[in-house]
Design a protein. Structure first.
Length: 337
């Protein structure tokens, strides 16, 4: 392999649970309405798991991406799973996926950067490929927030859904599909969005701190919203600059699917047409680490995203974390040959 090594995106895939929870279903659980949820977030329904686990959903996404890319498990050298809701504290979800898809010669680990996890995972994969360490990398984003939602808290239970999505990346001598990446975090905002327990902070010696609510998603939505509307355009601008392209060169904005108002505001602040936004939030809600590749996958399935094209992937979330990656989408589905 000659240096510098480029990266080809060979495929994407998805794993989506079959159980649908509509806004009307949530009206029966909390004081909310379809009108409020749809107008404030853009969400109409979301999917939640029944028997599936983070690893089974991730494996489904992996198999779909491998089918798209036309590669087998034994060709994969590294598996990175971005997740905040793993099957276990250990072993890693990535190791469970490795066994499922028979990627017998791969290394595997999990990475946690909440909803920005997939952008972090792409950046890590990029480094490993560019250094010549690994040739073929499977990157998965998966989250099962339904397991950690308080179904009596209307501030959070209406927002999240479960899902998984995956990329297959491969070293290339003459092509490069990851044009840039940009990663940031600000731990001073850590308290704004969290699932405190399970974690090693609990059981805390001070039992008074061990409230039942600590096992659920806790969010202060307004400040997260205010952070996001600034972080998204900043990340996209920086990633565009690093990719040495212009805003007009970007065909699609593929943002983290947390709230359609955040996506619209980002497009407006960037001076980008709303037509360029790729969104599936109405159907799946906020699927956290899966959100960006799942939106990309839906955009490809629905023929919104044309080949070849330039996509700005941008994420934000707990940490606080945020980041963006400019990619070239130019993959052909091996199954349609
Ligand atoms: O992956 C990253 C994760 N999180 C995010 O990105 C979340 C970012 N934040 C948001 O998307 C928005 O802040 C929310 C969608 C969470 C909330 O929208 P908002 O426009 O910021 O509403 P708000 O929190 O300011 O609440 C407005 C009103 C309040 O009532 P009052 O005090 O005005 O009477 C809330 O109690 O809406 C009420 N409200 C609801 N009403 C019906 C809050 N949640 C609901 C609900 N149904 N589900």
């Amino acid at each position: 392999m000659k240096f510098p090594i480029g990266i080809k995106i060979l495929g994407v895939g998805a794993g989506i649970p079959s159980t649908i929870i509509s806004n009307a279903d949530l009206e029966k659980l909390v004081a909310t309405s379809d009108e409020w949820i749809a107008s404030r977030t853009g969400i109409s329904e979301r999917r939640i798991v029944a028997e599936e686990t983070a690893s089974s959903l991730a494996s489904e996404a992996a198999r779909d991406a491998m089918g798209f890319a036309g590669i087998k498990g034994e060709q994969i050298d590294l598996i990175i799973v971005a997740t905040s809701t793993p099957d276990y504290l250990y072993p890693s979800t990535a190791c469970m996926v490795q066994a499922d898809i028979k990627a017998n010669s791969a290394a595997a680990f999990d990475l946690e950067a909440a909803c920005t996890g997939i952008i972090y995972a792409l950046a890590v994969a990029q480094q490993f490929i560019a250094s010549g360490t690994f040739k073929t990398v499977l990157v998965i984003g998966v989250d099962l927030h339904s397991r950690f939602l308080n179904w009596e808290d209307r501030n959070t239970c209406i927002l999240f859904g479960d899902g998984a999505a995956a990329f297959i990346l491969q070293a290339s001598e003459n092509e490069n599909d990851i044009l840039s990446t940009y990663l940031r975090s600000d731990g001073s905002g850590a308290h704004l969005l969290k699932i405190p327990n399970p974690g090693t902070y609990y059981p805390h010696p001070d039992k008074a701190l061990c409230k039942d609510t600590e096992k659920f998603v806790q969010m202060n939505g307004r400040p997260v919203y205010e952070f996001a509307v600034k972080a998204v355009p900043e990340a996209v601008h920086t990633a565009i600059e690093r990719a040495n392209i212009k805003l007009e060169d970007v065909d699609y904005l593929v943002p983290h699917q947390a709230n359609i108002r955040i996506m619209n505001s980002a497009a407006e602040r960037l001076g980008m047409s709303k037509e360029k936004i790729v969104s599936n939030i109405d159907k799946v809600g906020n699927t956290s680490a899966a959100s960006i590749p799942l939106a990309l996958w839906h955009g490809i399935q629905s023929n919104q995203i044309k080949t070849p094209s330039i996509c700005a992937l941008v994420g934000f979330g707990a940490g606080l974390t945020w980041g963006a990656s400019i990619i070239r989408w130019n993959a052909k589905d091996a199954r349609s040959k």
